[in-house]
Design a protein around this ligand. Structure first.
Ligand code: PEP
Length: 251
């Protein structure tokens, strides 16, 4: 399984910046290490220009979608609209959407199932808060999120179409990266859940780590068991930094 090195721009970059970056990213994609794939999760307004510049060399995804084909859902974007803009992927359940936009697991579960059935590859984000971790609730939180978020996903979902990003909330945008033992423990829990839930496929589903990944720490992270890539926010905003992350050797 190739490592997936994914950039999440969050709410950054206007069209001119997105155009410049995606042209550079397309050049980078022409010369990737053989064990790597790259994905870019861009704001809706930049997707089309990124799709044109990337020309399929990098997987492109939206950062959110609404679980309906169309309708009176002002301000929302459907999976079909993402596909129409050249996307193959979508992020679901990012902790910023859970915490700031009030998304709960029931709604995230609808999004996962609907986006998959519409033909998008889903990267489901889960992770515990510091308070939950300190109370010893890591396993309970991860299993609750996985259970509810994937409740309506068929057992036959393909390993290619469903990936999970473990993003401890206390490590996102804080500069505080989770230590190797923390990552190993959480990823092993997630792997065990996926293997139970998707008996034939769970072992092949990617589990990405996200939370203050940088050029300086990525080599150690991608060397860990059950780490099949990284989801990078802040450090993906400059193409030079993201390029160093994408090319980092495995430690
Ligand atoms: C993210 O946005 O998914 C993320 C992990 O952000 P950062 O790399 O900035 O912590």
């Amino acid at each position: 399984m190739k490592l997936l090195m994914a950039a999440n721009w969050k709410m950054f970059k206007k069209l001119d910046e997105a155009a410049l970056y995606s042209k550079e990213l397309a050049k980078l994609a022409r010369n990737l290490p053989p064990d790597r794939e790259v994905a870019l999760f861009a704001p809706f307004t930049s997707l089309r220009v990124c799709a044109d510049n990337l020309g399929g060399s990098v997987a492109l995804g939206g950062q959110n979608c609404y679980p309906a084909a169309e309708g009176a859902f002002t301000g929302e974007i459907s999976p079909g609209m993402l596909l129409d803009c050249g996307c193959s992927h979508v992020l679901v359940g990012h902790s910023e959407r859970r915490a700031i936009l009030g998304e709960n697991d029931a709604f995230i579960g609808k999004k996962c199932a609907f986006a998959l059935s519409a033909g998008l590859q889903v990267l489901l984000c889960i992770g515990e808060s510091l308070e939950e971790r300190d109370k010893g609730l890591l396993r309970a939180v991860l299993e609750r999120q996985l259970g509810e978020d994937l409740a309506a996903v068929p057992e036959t979902a393909s390993a290619q179409n469903l990936s999970v990003a473990y993003e401890p909330v206390w490590a996102i945008g804080t500069g505080r990266v989770a230590g190797a033992p923390d990552i190993l423990e959480a990823h092993a829990l997630i792997r065990a859940f996926l293997e139970r839930r998707f008996p034939d496929r769970g072992k092949m589903m990617r589990i990405l780590y996200g939370g203050s990944v940088k050029p300086e720490n990525v080599a150690e992270i991608i060397a860990l068991d059950n780490v099949n890539g990284v989801l990078v926010g802040g450090a993906s905003l400059q193409i030079d930094g993201f390029s160093r992350i994408v090319r980092a050797p495995v430690a």
